[in-house]
Design a protein. Sequence first.
Length: 176
Amino acid sequence: MKNKNIFKTLAVSTLALSLLVPTAGSLHVHAATAKNVVTSSSSSERDKLIKSIDYNFVQDLMENINDPAHFKDRKNIAETLGVYKNYTDTKDQKFGLSRSVRTIYAQNQQIIKNDLIQKINSNYKGSSIVDYLKSAKQPSSFKDRKQLAEKLLMMDYSGTAKQNAEMLKILRSNGK
């Protein structure tokens, strides 16, 4: 569970960085390897791979980043994403690939979050998250709120009044 929060924190940090620095959210890696950056050959393969990058994908990549047995997988990911012209598994290329994948994960999480916020819509004006969720015809138990908090990228939800107020604020923001 601790690793899950670390990756979500990395994803949120990467997303924040990509919003502040226009090139950080792209698949291009740092200047030392920029000459090896290419575009992918098949946009449908690339799009399919991008949509599949979730927490488990990132965790598997990071756990096996130094395992030579997974070189072909990393090379395939790099080529499909169009990150490198000739992926040879150097330290810089591994770093660039993991950075690109974490950035895509963060962007995917933000899309999921915004879609969820749009789905859970209510005209409720009070200050209770439970009542807000009930008025939106959504489950409101602690377990359900904890799962919702994870999807909204809120870390370590324990149901405090402050966290509930934050969740209510996020849901009312309409993804903005």
